[in-house]
Design a binder for this molecule. Structure first.
Ligand code: ATP
Length: 381
């Protein structure tokens, strides 16, 4: 495998999927350019923004009018010289919203089907993949009786066993309820942290973005509105209109410090300490924590006699006024950014403006367990 040997000489960071394509379909024009580095690049956008069109083009299922798609320098599509590698030679592992398993085959045979369709030899990868996804106990089961979460994990396993150069995941959790999604997210975090390949992951669920993304591309009307680090984009008040007022929230990097006997866990963040309901992770564990803008209150003086456990000194960085009664405040808490959603009336009463020093108040129980996950990126592992 000379191709692999050549690739191994490059640092892991150099691995990426690069997409620059244009396509018209009816009234809609897709015109996007972005890179998906090693890790999980979430393609986020409202319904109709063009997410599935991008994935289909990268998979080779539909043809752009113009542009270039390459993975690790290997061109899959290029109108400059009419390169158009057929679907089965693109070495893409594709996972759709519905698992699309063969109902008459066992889990093992479904997984091996992926392997036979790919290039892998030997049994090694099967053990690794079933271990990664926690499906070792399901191997002899027929797929018809699997739960939605189990079937999704088998579909991901099948894609991985084809030993792809990259993964395309088009809303793989969208058909699952919140409990099943919560069950599968830790496996996706393990996949993100263990897989040495670009993963392009379509989602319009911000909780998933906050948990999984190492890179974020926000699509709007067929164009890239913004691309960059999820922490930066999720805490950008200008993007709240695309994220939705109720869903908007920042992601903080935190570290578990201690667990108190009364069930409260103590986490350090760059701007102080967070107290959250007990988190099942040992002291020292790095985590990312999503804090919704609507759960953060602001006070110009340190409140006393208040039940909320979290009172963080912050500085207002920016205020974003929309057309309605609300304002989104971007706050600096140490090196981290927080968002707070308050009314115009409160912002005026408190005299908020960029540079105002104040206190962000957060109820401990406002942070849902699903909004706390592994760190991803350089802190992973
Ligand atoms: N074959 C087609 N002919 C004309 N228009 C199309 C065709 N396929 C898709 N479109 C349009 O292209 C746009 C982008 O569709 P796409 O499915 O990529 O969006 P999406 O972001 O994946 O949306 P969703 O989240 O709803 O799946 C939509 O306006 C859609 O109606």
């Amino acid at each position: 495998m000379g191709r692999r040997a050549g690739g191994a000489a490059h640092p892991r960071r150099g691995v990426s999927l690069s997409v620059a394509i244009r396509r018209r379909q009816g009234d809609f024009t897709l015109d996007v350019a972005f890179d998906a580095p090693n890790g999980v690049t979430v393609l986020f956008g409202r319904s109709g923004a063009g997410k599935s069109t991008v994935v289909s083009a990268v998979a080779g299922l539909l043809r752009p009018d113009a542009g270039r798609i390459a993975v690790n320098g290997r061109r899959l599509f290029d109108t400059a010289d009419a390169t158009d590698v057929p679907v089965h030679r693109r070495r893409a592992g594709v996972v759709f919203q519905e698992p699309r398993l063969f109902p008459h085959l066992t889990v093992r045979d479904n997984l091996l089907y992926g392997r036979r369709a790919g290039r892998a030899r030997g049994d090694g990868p099967l053990g690794e993949v079933t271990e990664l996804l926690g499906i070792g106990g399901l191997l002899e089961r027929r797929t018809a009786g699997l739960s939605g979460g189990e079937a999704s994990r088998v579909a991901i396993g099948r894609a991985l066993l084809s030993e792809p150069d990259f993964l395309l995941m088009d809303e793989p959790l969208a058909a699952l309820d919140a409990a099943r999604r919560a069950e599968i997210l830790p496996y996706l975090e393990r996949l993100r942290d263990g897989a040495r390949m670009p993963i392009l992951y379509v989602s319009h669920n911000l909780a998933e973005v906050a948990r999984l993304a190492t890179h974020l591309v926000v699509l709007e009307d067929g164009r890239v509105a913004r691309a960059g680090e999820p922490e930066t984009l999720l805490s950008d008040p200008e993007l709240v209109r695309l994220f939705g007022l109720r869903e908007a929230g920042a992601v903080l990097r935190a570290r578990v410090e201690a667990h108190a006997e009364d069930g409260v866990s103590e986490l350090s963040i760059s701007g102080g300490t967070l107290f959250l309901p007990r988190i099942d992770a040992a002291p020292g564990t790095p985590l990312r924590v999503r804090i919704l803008a609507q759960d953060v209150m602001l006070a110009t003086e340190r409140p006393r006699g208040i039940s909320a456990l979290n009172v963080l000194p912050v500085t207002v960085v920016a205020l974003r006024y929309g057309g309605g009664p609300g304002v989104t405040a971007q706050l600096a808490a140490g090196d981290d950014r927080l968002l707070a959603r308050v009314t115009r009336r409160s912002a005026a009463a408190l005299g908020l403006s960029p540079g105002t020093r104040c206190y962000a108040v957060l109820k401990s129980v406002a942070v849902a367990p699903a909004d706390i996950g592994g760190p991803g990126g350089d802190a992973a592992g």
